[in-house]
Design a protein around this ligand. Structure first.
Ligand code: FAD
Length: 460
């Protein structure tokens, strides 16, 4: 394949401003690495696009040469769909510009920006919009799948804050998608993933946040988990929506505020976020502390951008990962018993169970308002299998799958597509529920040949 394409690649190189990287390039191995070390693929060609015209040219080249296509934002997706074998990677990771119009409270974001890039630019004006909790995640994949984070209870999903996007469709055309222009495409990209084209710019609504917020961790002994979780459930049901609290079950990392003899012990952690009022934040923290006898805590006022990076050390790239996820409208006692049982069997020091709280603004959007339709999801469980050695693959994956099965009786419908590691049979269609048929119709219109299928695929 390489030889057949060489001449054509030389021609293509002349048409774009970005870089073409081939397997014999010294950077090739570095550029084909993504966050999840389980994914090891060898594309025939990586195109580091520098603008939307490059994207359009790359798509033409791929079509003409019948190449498999994958699209890479920041390469953070757990399923690893941003990399293909033998095909072309449309790599957007150097298109990272974020422009903020503080007067209009809008951000115009290129698709290679990470959450860290985005937060830094918006926070320079004391602004933000809901995005995820790990700053090296890409804005692109996160937004196209839905997107949630600490601000979601107050301001909804990331897609609820998307105003418009520039999209290069499968035929290479540049289109604007918004409520007024190509409204069907706009409906579909707000949750439908990379199925409908390559987004080359996102326009977001911003909100005043921080720049200082009240946030931190309270760490309880594992023996107190059931009691902590029951009190959490009651407290959250009446807590104000600006407060967000996620729960993590895992072995205690060597955090400096924990006594050394706690490091490595199983713990339950409450991670709390309150946007900026110390007195009210302290009141919330007092209530959470009273759920048990904490081993320790690290809580206080800090820059929002700092809190947005707080989990980065536990979520570095280059480690093996396998995830499973459920949505929940209620947290039942049986669910608590099951997750406690499986935390007792954690197969590695890095595996964890993560419960995110979504209840609030995101639940008030009608399920058919856009492709992302999991509007009754108030909580989300991420079974995060994570480990270092290939030899541990089977043990860790089996643990994640078993836990996923054991918690299935308590789930509500739908699933967050951004947390799916692999094709799970009919799970893509159930992720979209009653929106799935409309998505198929829109796919037929914009990508009838399913050129974009390296994703949680919606076949036309
Ligand atoms: C450690 C970690 C923490 C996370 N935390 C959160 C969280 O708090 N909240 C949350 O909502 N999600 C979270 N996620 C999930 C995250 O939203 C997805 O992994 C997301 O896909 C990452 O985006 P990316 O651009 O880096 O992905 P990539 O791997 O680059 O892309 C993923 C897929 O998206 C599509 N795609 C990417 N860019 C484009 C584009 N510009 N146009 C068209 N299609 C495109 C392609 O199909 C591609 O295969 C987390 C993931 C990880 C690994």
């Amino acid at each position: 394949m390489e030889n057949i394409l060489r001449d054509k690649v030389d021609q293509f190189r002349k048409k774009i401003k970005g870089k073409i990287v081939l397997p014999d390039d010294p950077n090739y191995d570095q550029l084909r690495q993504i966050w999840n070390a389980m994914i090891d693929r060898r594309p025939a060609i990586i195109v580091q696009c520098s603008d939307s015209d490059d994207v359009s040219q790359a798509l033409s080249f791929a079509r003409e040469n019948k190449l498999e296509i994958s699209v890479r934002g920041a390469g953070h997706n757990i399923a690893g769909n941003s990399l293909c074998d033998d095909g072309i990677v449309i790599d957007l990771s150097t298109m990272k510009n974020v422009r903020v119009d503080a007067g209009k409270k809008r951000a115009y974001v290129q698709p290679g920006a990470t959450l860290g890039d985005f937060d830094a630019a918006a926070q320079a004006h004391g602004l933000a919009t809901p995005v995820g909790i790990n700053s090296i995640t890409g804005i692109s994949g996160l937004t196209l799948g839905g997107g949630f984070g600490w601000l979601t209870r107050q301001y909804g999903m990331t897609v609820d804050n998307l105003i418009s996007a520039e999209v290069i469709t499968a035929d290479g055309k540049k289109m604007r998608a918004s409520k007024k222009e190509n409204a069907d495409l706009f409906w579909a990209i707000r949750g439908g993933g990379g199925n409908f084209g390559v987004v080359t710019e996102f326009e977001f609504q911003l909100h005043p946040v921080g720049p200082e917020v009240f946030a931190g961790l309270i760490v309880f002994p594992f023996e107190q988990t059931k009691s902590v979780l029951k009190q959490y459930r009651e407290f959250i049901a009446q807590a104000p929506e600006e407060l967000n609290v996620f729960v993590v079950l895992r072995q205690a990392p060597p955090l400096p505020f924990l006594p050394e003899n706690v490091h490595g012990k199983k713990v339950v952690i409450l991670a709390l976020f309150h946007p900026g009022d110390q007195a009210r934040g302290e009141k919330m923290a007092d209530a959470l502390r009273s759920f048990g006898d904490p081993y320790g805590e690290h809580i206080g006022m800090m820059p929002y951008v700092q809190w947005q990076q707080a989990f980065d050390p536990l979520l570095t790239s280059g480690v093996r990962n396998y995830w499973k996820s459920h949505n929940f409208t209620e947290l039942e006692d049986g669910f608590f018993d099951t997750i406690i049982e499986y935390t007792n069997k954690l197969p590695s020091s890095q595996c964890e169970l993560f419960i995110a709280l979504l209840a609030g603004s995101a639940n008030r959007v009608p399920a058919n308002a856009m492709a992302y339709g999991n509007r009754n999801a108030k909580f989300l469980l991420n079974v995060h299998g994570r480990w270092d050695k290939e030899a541990d693959d089977v043990t860790c994956i089996t643990w994640a799958r078993d836990l996923f099965k054991a918690t299935a009786p308590y789930e509500s419908d739908g699933v967050y597509i951004n947390f799916m590691t692999e094709e799970e049979g009919s799970r893509v269609s159930s992720a979209y529920g009653s929106n799935y048929e409309r998505l198929k119709q829109i796919k037929k219109k914009y990508d009838p040949e399913n050129l974009f299928h390296m994703n949680q695929n919606i076949a036309p």
